[in-house]
Design a binder for this molecule. Structure first.
Ligand SMILES: [Cu+2]
Length: 173
């Protein structure tokens, strides 16, 4: 009897664990995991050193997992982009490019599209605050930079035509 009871308990534990996992995966904004997390706002986790840690994902259907991130002026930012898809970077490459204030997205995207040999980053461009390298399915890339002055900045993926869907706001308070 005791044995049967134990089996039932472990079975129900298994079931509830399975459910829990499913819920976690569906909440794609919960992917950030930094050991000493203090506060979290708009997909940004501030660690014990005051650094803004951002983990962003992108996939095979041209989507970032969020469209907004908020940091503080002068804050150190560590931004990691993960490509959770399977497609090669020549077909479904993604990056994150944070643009200076006032840069027109379509104009920048045209310049980027012409810069194929430089992973779609216009060489010597003064329009860029920071960018990750271009990655394909299964890869990830990290960029570290200091947040600029307060304001609302655009971020995009500069792979040709992706910016129409892959864009968002980088908010500096
Ligand atoms: Cu892309």
């Amino acid at each position: 009897m005791k044995h049967i009871l134990t089996t039932i308990i472990s079975l129900s534990l298994l079931v509830s664990c399975g459910k829990q996992q499913k819920n976690d995966i569906s909440k794609d904004q919960e992917v950030v995991s930094v050991p000493v997390a203090k506060t979290k706002k708009n997909n940004v986790t501030i660690d014990a050193n005051g650094t803004a840690n951002i983990l962003m994902t992108s996939n095979d259907v041209m989507k970032f997992n969020f469209k907004k991130m908020t940091v503080k002026a002068g804050q150190k930012v560590i931004l990691t982009l993960k490509h959770t898809g399977k497609l090669d970077k020549r077909i479904m490459g993604h990056n994150v490019v944070i643009l200076q204030k006032g840069v027109k997205l379509s104009a920048f995207a045209s310049l980027a599209a012409a810069a194929k040999n430089n992973d779609y980053i216009p060489e010597g461009s003064t329009d860029i605050i920071a960018h990750t390298k271009m990655i394909g399915g299964g890869e990830s890339a990290t960029v570290e930079f200091t947040a600029p002055e307060a304001g609302i900045y655009d971020f995009i993926c500069s792979f040709p035509a992706h910016f129409a869907m892959m864009k968002g706001k980088f908010i500096v308070e």
